[in-house]
Design a protein around this ligand. Sequence first.
Ligand code: ZN
Length: 389
Amino acid sequence: MIKKADAEHMDAEKFFSETYDEARSRFLEAARLAGARINHYDNPVARGPGGLPLSLDTAWFGPADATTVLLNTCGTHGAEGYAGSAAQLAWMTTCGPQDLPRDTAALLVHAVNPFGFAWGLRATENNVDINRNFLDHAAPHPENELYEELHSFLCPKSLDEASMHKMLAAGAHFVERHGQWALEDAMSRGQYTHPDGYHFGGHAPEWSNTTIRDIVKSELAQALRVGFIDWHSGPAGDGELIHLCFSKPDSAEFARAAHWWGRDALDPKTINAMWGSRRPSRRGIMFWGLEEQLAPHAQFAGAVIEFRSAQQKVNPAKAIRASVLERWLRFESGLDAPEAEQYFAEIREDYAPHRKSWHVNVIRNALECYRTTLIGMSEWNRESLRAAD
Ligand SMILES: [Zn+2]
């Protein structure tokens, strides 16, 4: 039986790293000590601060031939990996691997986007949002009609007060004509026209995309049932989980995720309330890419799970500030600008704040989520055996 972990009485802070390099070393060390089968995938081109080599690492726990596997990724959105990496470390170093149901394996993937993780940014070395990059790039890309207009005013050359004021006035004018949701949707759903813009989905599969697909191909070839947790962070709150299940709402996979985490947790009403507004639409996310890749031989159930992390945003300028800062650092000033250190710290506070309550809540909620997911996956395995009898 998988025990309940008591995050309040453990020093939750100790699972959080200050840098990608530290998080990576601790992941590898904990995986080694827990007896995992480890693999490294070095990024051939991108580097972190100070020329730091970047790698995506995996750790496999449980039987090599398990047909029921939990696939758990972090750092798909770079800097959001601090929370997911801490969750993985907590699972590996507390009761996780020992309590793994005997018929189930777990494949932990550390730093899907190591460039973003190492720099404390969200997108990849090519400014691509990995979670908009999983679609057929040979086919025409999805349209995002309103993005063009947004791009013209959301990409200021300078971040001084006058420029910010101008940007906000243009934003308010846009909202008057199209509504608040249209702005959030056009900005974040994914666009394929402006490589120097927001949530750019790319024109070809990114290194992170092809690498994770290679991993799925080689490590999950025998799998018949894959559970999926992709850890993210960002929405305002204090470590609470938002379960974004991208299975079709009437599918067996959606029902399975609802069985693990509660139907309420997957209800759009709950999600919108926790997200802070009606959820924007999405294109090209990794969930669908992996679901499609596995479809010939495995069922795929799970979610993108957000740890709420940022402070409540008091106005629209604050709400988009982290995104504006990231774009400005990449395209206007360079990552070595004198302002960079301060801006990196500001972005970091949104995705991985230093609050003690946040650390405790992230670890408690993550461990509970691993527990319920793995219990559910073991049931899933037994059901399939009974069905085969
Ligand atoms: Zn994210």
